[in-house]
Design a protein around this ligand. Structure first.
Ligand code: HEM
Length: 404
C-alpha cells in the first residue's frame, strides 16, 4: 500500500489519494497548445458547450415529455410549449442547439481537413471525431421521432425502410428494428431509450476518447509545423514565454477559447429568442398520421447532402451511394497519401479538391431540400456523382503530391 502522511489540507488529502495535482498538470497547466492557431481551434470547445446545453435542456424537457404514441405530441406541443413555465424556452434551446451543433461540427470537420489535422499521429483524433459525427446523427434522428409529428413518423418510416437493403428485401430486419410492421409504440419507446440514454452515453464516452487522442500528438497549427513540445514547454517553464511556440491550455488557451464561446453564445441566444423557426419543421406541428403521407418528405438540413446522394439513383445503387457517403470521411487519413501537413491552399491539387468538396456538399444540401424534379434532379445527380468522384480521385492526386 502507498505511504500516506498526515494531510495538511483538504487538497493534500485528495492529492495523496487522487493525484489531483498531477492530473491538473497533465490535462491543464502543462498541456501545451501551439500559439500559431486561430479562432477555428475554439470550435471543439464550442461543441463541448453546445453538447452541455443539449444535456441540460434535455433533462428539463424529460420532466414533462411522455413517450406514448397517444400523448407524446400533446406533451410537447401543448404541455411543454404552453402550460409549463418557461417550457418553451427549454424546447427552443434544445431545438436550436440540435441544429447549430451540426453547423459547428461541419466547420470543425472542414477545419480538420483544411489544415490536415488527421495526418500521421492524429488518426485517432479524426476517427473518434467521425464516430462522434455518427453518434450525433443517431442522436438527432432519434430525437426527431419523439414529438411524434408527421415528419417524425414519416422520416422514421423512410429511414427504417432503408434497412430492407433494396432488392434484398430484408423486411424482417425492418420489422425487427421497428418492433412492429409500421412505426408505433414499440418504435417510439426504443427511440426514446436511444435518445435519452444509450446514444448520450456513447457520445460522452467518445468525447473522452477524442480528448485523450488529442493529448499525445497535441493539436495541429496553422502551418502544420511539427513542433517539439518538450523543448518549447521547457522554454516556457524557464520563463521565456515570448520565445516559446506554445502556451498553457489552462488558463492561457482557455481564456481565448472562452472569448469565442461567448461570441457564439450571443449568436446562439439571439436564435433561441428571435429566430428559432429554422430549427423546427412546420409539418411536424401536425400529429403523426399513418394514413396521410406528406407531399414531400425531407430530413433536417444537416442530413440533406447525404439524402441527396441517395435520391437520384435507383433503389440499390442509391443505397450503396448513401452507405459510401456515410463511411468515406472516416477513411480520409488513409486515402490522403501525402504526408504534407500544410494548409489545403498550399497543397496545389488538394486545395482544389477541398474547395470542390465544400461546394459540392452545399449544392447537394440545396438540392436535397427541393422536390426531385426537372433541373433540380439533374443537378442533384451530377453533384452526387461529383461527390463519389472526388473521393475516388483523392488517393491519386495525393499520390502525385507525394512524388513532387
Ligand atoms: C461534437 C463533438 C466534438 C467535440 C466536443 C470535439 C472537441 C474537440 C476539441 C476540444 C478539440 C481541440 C481543440 C480544437 O481543435 O477545436 C478537437 C480537435 C479535433 N477534432 Fe473534435 N470534437 C467533436 C467532433 C469532431 C468531429 C465530428 C470531427 C471530425 C472528424 C473532429 C475532428 C477533430 C480534429 C481532426 C481535431 C484536431 C484539430 C487539430 O489538431 O488542429 N471532432 N475536437
Amino acid at each position: 500500500m502507498a505511504h500516506f502522511t498526515k494531510a495538511t489540507s483538504v487538497k493534500d488529502w485528495l492529492n495523496q489519494r487522487l493525484a489531483i495535482e498531477k492530473v491538473e498538470k497533465v490535462m491543464a497547466s502543462e498541456y501545451w497548445i501551439p500559439k500559431n492557431i486561430n479562432f477555428l481551434w475554439a470550435m471543439g470547445m464550442v461543441l463541448a458547450i453546445t453538447f452541455g446545453l443539449l444535456l441540460v435542456s434535455g433533462i428539463f424537457l424529460l420532466m414533462y415529455y411522455q413517450p406514448n404514441v397517444e400523448t407524446a405530441f400533446d406533451s410537447v406541443n401543448y404541455t411543454i410549449m404552453q402550460e409549463v413555465g418557461y417550457g418553451w424556452l427549454w424546447r427552443h434551446v434544445h431545438a436550436v442547439a440540435a441544429s447549430v451543433v451540426f453547423l459547428i461540427i461541419y466547420i470543425h470537420m472542414l477545419t480538420g481537413i483544411y489544415y490536415g489535422s488527421y495526418k500521421k499521429g492524429r488518426e485517432m483524433i479524426w476517427i473518434s471525431g467521425m464516430l462522434l459525427f455518427v453518434a450525433f446523427s443517431a442522436e438527432a434522428f432519434s430525437g426527431y421521432m419523439l414529438p411524434w409529428g408527421q415528419m417524425s413518423y414519416w422520416a422514421g418510416m423512410v429511414i427504417t425502410n432503408l434497412f430492407s437493403a433494396g432488392s434484398l428485401e430484408l423486411n424482417g430486419v425492418v420489422e425487427w428494428i421497428r418492433g412492429d410492421y409500421v412505426p408505433g409504440q414499440a418504435f417510439l419507446t426504443r427511440f426514446f431509450m436511444l435518445h435519452v440514454l444509450l446514444v448520450p452515453l456513447a457520445i460522452l464516452a467518445l468525447i473522452g476518447v477524442h480528448f485523450a487522442a488529442l493529448r499525445i500528438p497535441h493539436v495541429n497549427n496553422q502551418d502544420g509545423e511539427d513542433i517539439d513540445f518538450d523543448v518549447e514547454a521547457k522554454k516556457y517553464l524557464a520563463g521565456d514565454t515570448k520565445g516559446s511556440k506554445v502556451i498553457r491550455f489552462a488558463n492561457d488557451f482557455m481564456s481565448k477559447d472562452m472569448f469565442v464561446v461567448s461570441i457564439f453564445l450571443v449568436f446562439f441566444f439571439y436564435l433561441v429568442f428571435w429566430n428559432y423557426g429554422f430549427a423546427m419543421d412546420p409539418v411536424n406541428f401536425d400529429p403523426a398520421d399513418g394514413l396521410k403521407t406528406p407531399a414531400h418528405i425531407y430530413p433536417e438540413w444537416y442530413f440533406l447532402w447525404s439524402y441527396e446522394i441517395l435520391r437520384p439513383f435507383s433503389k440499390d445503387v442509391g443505397l450503396i451511394a448513401f452507405a459510401f457517403a456515410q463511411v468515406i470521411f472516416v477513411l480520409l487519413p488513409f486515402l490522403d497519401r501525402s504526408p504534407n501537413v500544410k494548409t489545403a491552399n498550399k497543397r496545389g491539387l488538394f486545395g482544389i479538391w477541398f474547395w470542390l468538396l465544400v461546394i459540392d456538399m452545399i449544392v447537394l444540401t440545396a438540392m436535397g431540400k427541393l422536390p426531385p424534379q426537372g433541373i433540380y434532379s439533374t443537378i442533384g445527380f451530377v453533384a452526387a456523382i461529383g461527390f463519389i468522384g472526388l473521393w475516388v480521385i483523392l488517393p491519386f492526386i495525393t499520390a502525385i503530391e507525394k512524388k513532387v
